[in-house]
Design a protein around this ligand. Structure first.
Ligand code: ZN
Length: 206
């Protein structure tokens, strides 16, 4: 990479560390950045640093946010008796785009995957159980909708969650999104109509 000089070489190398960016894309992006107005490049760099420094997990639903509690959890308009369990913040965004869900979420930040060495303690399951146990009176959760992806990992994570909730012995309805979601599909890439159907056709897990 010497023929580019060290600044460009370093930039290409840094960009290559991002997911989905190979050497060719990294070169293309690097040269594009160099051709952009300095102010614009500074803006991009600052927003990256700013997001990395200020964004953390919502203390209730574990999604990414820059406050202590995310806008959904702090909203009085949302139905706090209904929790939809999703794998990540991108899936939450996908359901929000349907505009048809007014409950709250719980973001696992992953799925159980023995193959990748991800166990139950590596995702935000403990936080979900705490939420279910701590809620009392009018805030008590009435339904938990499990909306993990219909992949092998997503399904086994769903089953594991059902088992954990049953152990708490709470009067909570547990449902699973319908099969409108294609098997093996990633929630975030599914169109809004299909997601909405999957949600409205959810079935109770006995
Ligand atoms: Zn939240």
């Amino acid at each position: 990479m010497d023929y580019y000089g060290s600044s460009i070489g370093k930039l290409i190398e840094s960009l290559q560390s991002l997911p989905g960016i190979g050497q060719k894309s990294a070169q293309r992006l690097a040269f594009h950045l160099i051709g952009m107005p300095k102010e614009q490049v500074r803006g991009i760099a600052e927003s990256m640093v700013d997001a990395r420094e200020n964004v953390h997990f919502c203390s209730q639903c574990q999604t990414l946010t820059d406050g202590d509690i995310c806008p959904i959890c702090s909203s009085k308009k949302r139905d706090h008796t209904m929790i939809m369990v999703v794998e990540n913040s991108r899936d939450l965004a996908a359901y929000e785009r349907t505009g048809r869900y007014d409950g709250v979420y719980h973001v696992l930040q992953g799925v159980i995957s023995p193959l990748l060495g991800v166990g139950p303690n590596d995702i935000r399951l403990k936080e979900l159980m705490q939420r279910l146990q701590n809620a009392d009176g009018s805030a008590a959760v009435q339904e938990v909708i499990i909306a993990t992806s219909p992949t092998v990992e997503g399904e086994s994570t769903a089953m594991y969650i059902v088992k954990l909730i049953r152990m708490l012995d709470l009067p909570v309805r547990i449902t699973r999104i319908a099969s409108g979601v294609p098997v093996g599909g990633d929630i975030e890439n599914i169109d809004e109509v299909t997601l909405e159907r999957a949600l409205s056709g959810r079935t109770e897990l006995k």
